[in-house]
Design a protein around this ligand. Structure first.
Ligand code: ZN
Length: 275
């Protein structure tokens, strides 16, 4: 069982009603070995203390969520985004997170091509600080339904193109989230390419429900929807990826139930999926 669960990571946003302290107690009790910390969970906290608390809980910090949101219609707006990402790099370094997930951003009314250019420029601007801090950056392609205001990067191909445009720095890779890319006919080939280029930095799991009643907050627990999670996991593993499988679920439904029972379900569902 311990071997089975050694790659299970849960995002703090998945159990949003729990405090960080509760996560640090409840996650290990289910055999969860990794935690991805959302920045709102850090507000008002001493980051050195958080790093120690996580270590004491026996959890590995898998990543910090999230940076990005680089595009803006004004230079001042783009600089604000760069400053915020520099702050995220400092936070990641302080809590011992080796990776920051980038939700890259988009601006309604601005062309996606222009937004992607600004995303590449934004990443380039923060890359030296990330490299110096030993923190990697993962571009997370988002489902095209978010192309208006959350991300102009909607496929793994586009994420690869940004990595290429940056000169393929080791620090910049891709976060594969099944919710966002499961539909992509190129998915296997792009995962293979991510493996070959050393860009497969993170793997997020949840499910796509039918019908989806809320574009943001109606993600499913694995098995509740139509994504062939095991198939995609096998493609990811076939590249040599041995990192955590991160359960990232935004769900008004699941946030409204007892979070301890929800965590029990996450653990048992995960165990069934990967046994
Ligand atoms: Zn994700």
């Amino acid at each position: 069982m311990i071997f089975l669960m050694r790659r299970l990571c849960v995002h703090t946003i998945t159990t949003k009603p729990l405090s960080l302290e509760d996560c640090l107690v409840q996650f290990p009790q289910r055999g969860v070995s990794g935690i991805t910390i959302w920045r709102q969970a850090l507000e008002g906290r001493n980051l050195g203390t958080v790093a120690r608390q996580v270590r004491d809980a026996g959890l590995e910090v898998v990543s910090l969520c999230r940076g990005g949101f680089f595009p803006a219609t004004t230079p001042a707006g783009r600089q604000t985004a760069i400053d915020d990402n520099l702050k995220a790099i400092e936070q990641a370094h302080a809590i011992g997170a080796p990776l920051i997930v980038l939700v890259c951003g988009a601006v309604p009314g601005q062309s996606l091509v222009e937004s992607r250019k600004q995303i590449a420029e934004g990443i380039a601007a923060v890359l030296p600080a990330a490299e110096q801090a030993g923190v990697k950056l993962a571009i997370e392609p988002l489902h095209p339904m978010y192309a208006d205001d959350r991300s102009a990067v909607n496929t793994m191909r586009q994420a690869h193109e940004i990595c290429d445009a940056l000169g393929s720095p080791i620090a910049v890779g891709i976060a594969v989230d099944v919710y966002h890319v499961w539909w992509d006919p190129e998915l296997k080939a792009q995962i293979d390419l991510a493996g070959q280029t050393g860009r497969l930095h993170a793997f997020h799991i949840c499910d796509w429900k039918t019908p989806t009643t809320d574009f943001l907050n109606d993600r499913g627990l694995m098995g509740e929807g139509c994504i062939n999670i095991k198939q995609i996991s096998d493609w990811v593993d076939a590249t040599g990826f041995t990192g955590h499988r991160e359960v990232e679920i935004f769900s008004n439904k699941w946030w409204s139930v007892d979070q301890n029972e929800f965590l029990d379900q996450i653990a048992s569902t995960y165990a069934r999926l990967y046994s």
